[in-house]
Design a protein around this ligand. Sequence first.
Ligand code: BGC
Length: 352
Amino acid sequence: MRALTVTPGTPGSLQVAELPDPEPRAGELLVEGLAVGVCGTDREIVRAEYGWAPPGHDRLVLGHESLGRVRTAPEGSGFSTGDLVVGVVRRPDPVPCGACARGEFDNCRNGRYTERGIKEIDGYAAELWCVEADYAVTLDPRLEHVGVLMEPTTVVAKAWEQVWRVGERAWYEPERALVTGAGPIGLLAAMIGVQRGLDVHVLDLVTDGPKPRLVEQLGATYHHRGVDEVAGELQPDVVVEATGVGRLVFSAMRNTASFGVVCLTGVSPAGRKIQVDAAGVNREMVLENDVVVGSVNANLRHYRQAAEALARADLDWLGGLITRRVPLESFADAFEARPDDVKVAITLDGGR
Ligand code: BGC
């Protein structure tokens, strides 16, 4: 079978390799890959800035935004041939730390977790892959063409859960949310914000293309003015920050309503410096009981929440997020950024 592999730490090493078909171990499903999504983390791995091969190996099979169809499933696993499934990204650390021992591997404390397609375990960008039944999630069959959006949806399902848990330390009825960045994470965060009944605003730089339209189709409001101006006027109760751009992060922190929660989801490259009135930020956060919370990855509870959010969403709208589908053999095209890209998916089944 063919798989998309990379040698972490070596730029220009991305290639389609012919690998032996995987053999499911006890308790594992054998899955035919349908597609994988490409995200910023994949691009970082391809640029040799992130990513780790499995111990004792040079190459890593890429792909953590999975979608596949079960070919074989162990009896009593609850899965059947033909089921549409997604594999979970992270596995708990081997110690395990207190969080991992409780299924909260997304909040692993010692950093020794592993991640499919990212950190020490092969990913899902393969024509065939195996996954432990305990780390697979079934999707509504109607999601066949958009189910590759599941993993980024888990990330935002977790982000919203974090926002609510922080907010519920006191009376909490947030009304207005600002999402910074209209990429897949920002748009899916906006979708969940709308599903939760908030007045959602999305800020990005572009003035045309699919992003403003997708925001409006959700019933949210699109903005492309400066962040200080937009956030300053809106005074949002919640900000979901999905760009990782330092200036936006600090502007969001300064411009929330009282009791504001800013949830940071963007993994930014370190080293870019900006000037900040740190004492001013501190003063405002203290006097307003504001909170800034970082959020990464997702556990099985968030996969269930995401599956529900996708099942409730408009299929055409979700389809509009996948702006390009590239067959495996043309993988290089998938990694070339185009101005109108939202989510690019690599198809693994010949695009059938
Ligand atoms: C993935 C997460 C992962 C994180 C850090 C993100 O792109 O969506 O699942 O935890 O990268 O490796």
